[in-house]
Design a protein around this ligand. Sequence first.
Ligand code: SF4
Length: 80
Amino acid sequence: MPNYRIEIDRSICQGFGACVELCPGGFYLSDEDGKSKLRRGESVIEGGENVKEFINVDEKGCYGQAEATCPFKAITVTEL
Ligand code: SF4
């Protein structure tokens, strides 16, 4: 059973990739819009835009560091 839900609100992500530097196994920058995406994440599409992604994981790992570091608070880690 997964223990945490990781979400990224791509509508407020500004790119630059602090989360990618801290957690390259979890995030990468999209070639299309320069914003962060979750590896193996599921996308939420609204108005043709990929506005949010989420994934459920067993271990918080480096996702927590990414959450704490994102200057725009675009990443949330929630215990399930
Ligand atoms: S640190 Fe935050 S604003 Fe920067 S790329 Fe990651 S999610 Fe986007």
